[in-house]
Ligand binder design. Structure first.
Ligand code: COA
Length: 162
C-alpha cells in the first residue's frame, strides 16, 4: 500500500466521471483546485487501484477553513469499505499534516458531523481539539450554480495546531 499524491484526472476517474465536462459541480471544483495547485489529493494506492482519499485545500473564500497562509482545510476523507480500521486513513492523514507543516502552515481544519462519535474520536486522537464553529456550508461542496450548498444539519469545524 503506497501513500502518494494523485492527479485531478485520477480524482475524476475515482469519482466515476469519464471527463471534466460531465462531472458534478463539486467534482469540477475539486478538479480545478487540484490542477491549479490550490488542493492536494492524497491517496492510498493498492497496486494501481486507489482505495483512499484525503484532500487538502490551501486557500478558500471562508478564511476560517483555509487562508493560504497558515491555515488549510482537510476534507472528503475516505477509505474504501473493507480496508477500514487498518491504519490506512491515519497514514494518509499523517502524510498530509507533515507536508502542511513543512510548507509552514500552522493550523489544519476538518469538518465532522456532531452525530459521528467514531469520527470525532479519531480526529481528537489526531489532535483536532479546537472547535472553530458550527457550519451549514461546506465551502467545497457545490450546488448546480457552483455555490456552496446549504446543509440543514449543522456540523462542526475542528482545528489542530501543527
Ligand atoms: C474515517 C476513515 C477515513 C478512517 O480511515 P481508516 O483507514 O479506517 O482509519 P484508521 O484505520 O487509521 O483508524 C481507525 C479509526 O477510524 C475511525 N473509523 C471511522 N469509521 C470507521 C469504520 N467504518 N471502520 C473502522 N474505523 C472507522 C475509528 O475512529 C477508528 O478508530 P478506533 O479503532 O479507535 O475506533 C474511514 O473509516 C472511512 O472512510 N469512513 C467512512 C467515511 C467517513 O466517515 N469519513 C470521514 C468524514 S468525511
Amino acid at each position: 500500500m503506497l501513500i502518494r499524491k494523485a492527479t485531478a484526472e485520477e480524482m475524476l476517474k475515482l469519482w466515476g466521471y469519464p471527463d471534466y465536462h460531465v462531472a458534478s459541480p463539486t467534482a469540477r471544483f475539486y478538479c480545478r483546485n487540484i490542477a491549479s495547485g490550490n488542493a492536494v489529493f492524497w491517496t492510498v494506492d493498492d497496486g494501481g487501484e486507489l482505495i483512499g482519499e484525503l484532500y487538502v485545500f490551501l486557500s478558500l473564500e471562508d478564511r476560517d477553513f483555509a487562508n493560504g497562509e497558515d491555515t488549510a482545510y482537510l476534507c472528503a476523507f475516505r477509505v474504501k469499505e473493507g480496508f477500514r480500521g487498518q491504519g490506512l486513513g491515519s497514514r494518509m492523514m499523517n502524510a498530509a499534516l507533515n507536508e502542511l507543516k513543512a510548507l509552514g502552515f500552522q493550523k489544519a481544519t476538518i469538518g465532522v458531523g456532531s452525530d459521528k462519535p467514531q469520527n470525532i474520536r479519531l480526529y481528537c486522537r489526531f489532535g483536532f481539539d479546537e472547535k472553530v464553529k458550527n457550519c451549514h456550508y461546506d465551502p467545497c461542496g457545490m450546488d448546480e450554480n457552483g455555490l456552496p450548498e446549504y446543509e440543514e444539519e449543522a456540523w462542526w469545524l475542528l482545528a489542530k495546531r501543527l
